[in-house]
Design a protein around this ligand. Structure first.
Ligand code: NAD
Ligand code: ZN
Length: 358
């Protein structure tokens, strides 16, 4: 069976395009009672962007704190209950403005507003029954591809797994690179590298096909321009936003690989954020990704980025085994990276040895 995937409904791209949000929402506001809920990354609380939100008196602005942990099922359930209590009717739109975390929170909350129960019930593929609330994604970090993907990644009590179905995809996205202009350098690199690693993994596995290759090759070319040449600049920011979008599309028809499997373990057991967890893992994967790891190291050096090292000396065997278990369970990633026979090659002990290098 070939994947029959759903793409983002509409996309606005360009510097300053955030100003178009008001007119986009106007189409949804049928009468004076129609209200919009904005989910804004806490980082922007005292920043100019908070003042630029086209808030009407009946709307609600909710600040989302993503500093302590990546999105959890508990957080989605609380937010869902909170929004349901705001009014007897549903919002006409849910707008998420922030990094990959806020985008995933927006996608998941949009689903939970129209589907009963708890978000843990829906972690998996095609478990959502009803279409969600019209949802808009406005990324303020470039790299995760969450703006274009079908997944809302959530950490639950027993697993880190996305809610994934046709409905999860954003109905509208606004790609305005002005919003990523002031990202601190380490964060810029960690999130941006998510795209670089998406492309390397997508392009070097068994599920690769021309669709994924075309987007992946172009995205990788843009990443190289950004990290080797343009850096954090107006031009570099535009390129990284498009690289993120195309890297996400490359993944849609392919898969991530060894680095993401290990990264999920690091995030699940120790709470490392996705971008930095990828960098910690990728740095130790020359056996799998060869020259790309050499290139990655040169980019780290060029931008003087801190990649944590020597972590495993403080880990217990149980913790390493738990990470290995988390990584091993991501069968589709190993299958893509190693092949259908991956279980003959990859063992939990082998994965533990990779963690001990970190
Ligand atoms: P993030 O959203 O977790 O944010 C990281 C930090 O940067 C936060 O403290 C945030 O407040 C801050 N921040 C956001 N915008 C900023 C700005 N413009 N300037 C300064 N600081 C800013 O980081 P991320 O790397 O974009 O996203 C990681 C999340 O994305 C993880 O939860 C991961 O699971 C998820 N993810 C999802 C997909 C998907 O397909 N859905 C793919 C990859 C990653
Ligand atoms: Zn990723």
């Amino acid at each position: 069976m070939f994947k029959n995937f759903k793409s983002v409904g509409k996309c606005v791209f360009g510097r300053g395009s955030f100003n178009q949000l008001d007119s986009i929402l106007a189409e949804k506001r049928a009468n004076s009672a129609s209200y919009v809920v904005f989910l804004l990354d806490n980082y922007f609380k005292d920043k100019a962007l908070a003042q630029r939100i086209p808030l009407q008196p009946q709307d609600h602005l909710i600040y989302i704190n993503v500093d302590e942990h990546e999105p959890t099922t508990e957080q989605i359930d609380e937010l869902n209950q909170h929004i349901r209590k705001l009014s007897p009717t549903l919002p006409v739109a849910l707008v998420g403005i922030g990094g990959g975390s806020v985008m995933d929170i927006t996608k998941a909350t949009s689903m939970m507003l129209t589907n009963d129960g708890l978000s843990t019930q829906y972690q998996g593929l095609n478990l959502i029954k009803n279409q969600g609330v019209f949802h808009v994604g406005v990324p303020t970090l470039a790299g995760t591809g969450a703006e274009v993907s079908m997944t809302a990644v959530l950490t639950g009590p027993t697993k880190k797994l996305g809610i994934k179905c046709d409905y999860t995809v954003f109905d509208q996205i606004i790609l305005d690179s002005e919003l990523v202009a002031d990202v601190p350098q380490n964060q810029w690199f960690y999130t941006g590298m998510d795209t670089y690693i998406h492309c390397i993994e997508s392009l070097t596995g068994t599920m690769l096909n021309e669709f994924s290759r075309s987007y992946g090759v172009k995205s990788l070319e843009l990443c190289r321009e950004v990290f080797n040449q343009f850096g954090q600049s107006a031009e570099g920011d535009e390129k990284l936003m498009i690289a993120s979008y195309m890297g996400g599309l490359s993944l849609t028809y392919s898969e991530v690989g060894v680095c993401h499997a290990l990264s999920y373990g690091l995030s699940y057991v120790f709470g490392y954020r996705h971008g930095i967890a990828n960098c910690i893992a990728f740095d130790e994967l020359p056996d799998y990704y060869g020259e790309s790891v050499t290139e990655f190291k040169s980019m780290v050096k060029k931008h003087n980025i801190h990649i944590p090292k020597g972590l495993s000396k403080n880990w217990t065997e149980e913790e390493v085994a738990k990470m290995a278990q988390t990584a091993y369970a991501l069968e589709h990633m190993w299958k893509h990276a190693v092949g259908a026979h991956w279980k003959e090659v990859i063992t939990k002990e082998k994965i533990m040895a990779l963690y001990y290098r970190m």
